[in-house]
Structures are given as C-alpha cells and as structure tokens.
Design a protein. Structure first.
Length: 191
C-alpha cells in the first residue's frame, strides 16, 4: 500500500460519517503526532460529601450533601445532581462510584459500614457493594471505602445512593471543609 497525503478528509454528505478502517483493524498514530478535536480521557469526575455528623443504626444518607468546594477541589464535566441523597448521572456511560465513610463508634459494634445502593428502574434499590469494619470501644474510628462500576444505560432510571449500616448506633462523620463521609463519581467511558 502507498501513502495518501491530504490536508482534509470529509464524508460525501454534510454531517455524514467518515470511517477509518473496519472492525478488527488497528489504526496507528506515530509518536509525536498531535490529535485534536477528539474527546479524550475522563469526561466527568465529581465529589460530594456530607457536611454534618449524624447518628443512626441503619439508614439511607439523605441530608446535608454538598459538592466538594474547598482546598482546591476540582471536577470535570457537568457532574452529578443530588436530591435527598439520590444521585442522578449527567449522561449514560460506565461510571466508577465510590463511597467513603469515617464512623465513630458508640461502644462495641460487630459491624459498621456503608452500602452503595443502585436502581435500574428509578424505584427499587438494592445493595450493589458494601464494606464494613468493627468498633470495639466508644472512641474507635472505623474507616470504610467501597466501590462499584455502574453501567448507566438510562439517566432517568439508573440512580445511586449511599446507606449507613451498623449493628448498633454509630456516628457517621461529616465536614464542610474536608471529606469524611461522601461519594466520588468518575465516568470511565461509553456503555
């Protein structure tokens, strides 16, 4: 095969499709080539936190959510929207969802942790991921982190929330200047 040198390639019809290669082909760009006009890398990243401590044995975390906004907090893209602890995605795609919690024990607890709950029908939620620790005295700090890769096929029906869960009352910690309990969302790619 030879080399084709052009300055511009366009499809025959306006706003048409231009295909380079076919399924199974490898398209190679030599080192040093700059590609522009493409959406590359992560297109959405967002972080949310609760701003105040709350005590519970087991409950969805529905109040005091805020988007991280201090200490150089950053985000990419439109970001998530939240209502009463239910998070809505800005677009379809594959998302990494992370839940983080710092829990203060109120005595001995055999388990204390968090669950990521998802719905595919905007109604019925189930635990997609959960993580627990244990508290052995009233001054214990129980850190938890849990993650789930969520295939968001419909932004109206696919939603997520965070649940606090324990064998007895604990204090899930919040803060207005730092993340103690909250969620991270990163769009990894197309569905």
């Amino acid at each position: 095969m030879g080399t084709v040198k052009v300055t511009n390639l366009e499809p025959i019809a306006d706003n048409g499709t231009l295909t380079v290669g076919s399924s199974g082909d490898t398209v190679t760009f030599p080192s040093g080539v700059t590609v522009s006009g493409l959406t590359q890398g992560i297109t959405m990243a967002d972080q949310w936190r609760i701003t105040a401590n709350f005590s519970t044995t087991s409950a969805d975390i529905t109040a005091n959510w805020e988007k991280a906004d201090s200490d150089g907090a950053g985000f990419i893209g439109t970001g998530m929207s939240e209502s009463s602890g239910i998070f809505t995605f800005p677009s379809t795609g594959i998302y990494l969802v992370q839940g983080i919690a710092n829990i203060a024990g109120s005595g001995t607890r055999t388990y204390m942790g968090i669950n990521i709950l998802t719905t595919l029908d905007n109604s019925s939620y189930s635990a997609a991921a959960e993580m627990y620790g244990a508290s052995y005295n009233s001054s214990a700090q129980v850190p938890c982190e849990v993650s789930f890769i969520f295939d968001v096929t419909n932004t109206t029906n696919c939603k997520v929330k965070l649940k606090a869960d324990g064998s007895g009352t604990g204090v899930w910690q919040g803060g207005t200047n730092e993340l103690k309990t909250g969620m991270n969302f990163i769009r990894l790619g197309d569905t």
